[in-house]
Design a protein around this ligand. Structure first.
Ligand code: ATR
Length: 280
């Protein structure tokens, strides 16, 4: 009698001990009656390529890639999906039957599912401000433009990086760059924080006039309770504020679907995660 090995998945990053992905994927596996293992690996930049080779050579089925390796993973795989090419980053990898390693990016879908499905927002015709111009921002520009907003303004501390993003995406829709100071007193319908400022307890220096009582603020970062950015938005009277927990769960659900061919329901997992991370 032969025993079937359990399918192995994992998330790779540096650091990685804080990652919620193993818990999320185990919840999805239970809910969809799938048998799988999901581990976490702390891998340095220098070891990423050899880790990918040995994980898949030993029969591993799929990986999630998180900070700071999403850009290097895009260079390490043999094939990129169109959305991973546009994002310039990979957060999901699997191996085809032919042995080709494929990289995809589910972050954009994750953000859009959270905004439109979980939070019930319509982005068509809206004025959106995307703060930040690093890897996290780049991954969501094309999916945001697909929703046909009236405008997507990218604003970044280093203005030239916002201009570079605009040059990459302007063929896809009404996207423009503006420095923080040039935002003036324009209010937006939706302000998305895609900067790493929360990591150092800072708030990007956008003018408070960007936020009106009609503005929804979304921080792609998350922590216990509010982030510095969601607090800033609350203080300045935003209609609603959200952290990136929903995006985290939704990008995981899309990765799970790519690997297993079944889309897990996300509402219960998101609710449990929200209560686990509620500020005490
Ligand atoms: P990621 O992949 O997380 O986007 P990144 O490519 O290093 O990481 O980009 C980090 C982003 O956060 C950049 O937009 C960065 O602004 P700069 O391009 O000016 O560096 C932004 N950022 C980090 N700390 C910030 C802060 N304290 N205030 C404003 N923006 C900040």
């Amino acid at each position: 009698m032969t025993t079937q090995a359990t399918d192995r998945y994992a998330v790779v990053g540096h650091p990685i001990s804080h990652s919620r992905s193993p818990w999320i994927h185990q919840e999805f596996a239970k809910a969809t009656h799938q048998l799988l293992e999901y581990d976490r690996y702390d891998v340095s930049a220098a070891d990423l390529t050899s880790f990918l080779d040995s994980f898949f050579a030993s029969g591993g089925k799929g990986l999630n890639i998180t900070l700071p390796h999403k850009g290097s993973a895009a260079a390490a795989v043999q094939q990129l999906t169109p959305r991973a090419t546009l994002a310039g980053a990979v957060n999901t990898i699997w191996m085809q039957a032919t042995g080709v390693l494929v990289g995809d990016n589910t972050d954009g879908v994750g953000l859009l599912s959270d905004l439109t499905h979980n939070l019930g927002m319509t982005l068509k015709g809206r004025r959106i401000l995307l703060v930040g111009a690093g890897g996290a921002a780049r991954g969501v520009v094309a999916p945001l433009l697909e929703q046909a907003p009236a405008s997507l303004v990218i604003s970044n501390r280093t203005a030239s990086r916002a201009q570079s993003l605009v040059a990459l995406f302007e063929h896809l829709g009404p996207v423009s760059a503006r420095s923080f100071s040039a935002l003036g007193d324009t209010a937006f319908d939706l302000v998305i924080n895609a900067t790493a400022a929360s990591l150092t307890d800072e708030v990007p220096a956008i003018p408070r006039q960007a936020i009106s009582p009609a503005t929804v603020c979304y921080d792609m970062a998350y922590g216990k309770g509010d982030t510095p950015f969601t607090l800033f938005c609350k203080v300045h009277g935003a209609r609603a504020t959200h952290t990136g927990l929903g995006m985290l769960v939704e990008q995981a659900a899309e990765s799970f679907f790519l690997w297993r061919g079944i889309k897990p329901k996300t509402a219960t997992v998101l609710r449990e995660l929200q209560s686990l991370t509620r500020a005490s």
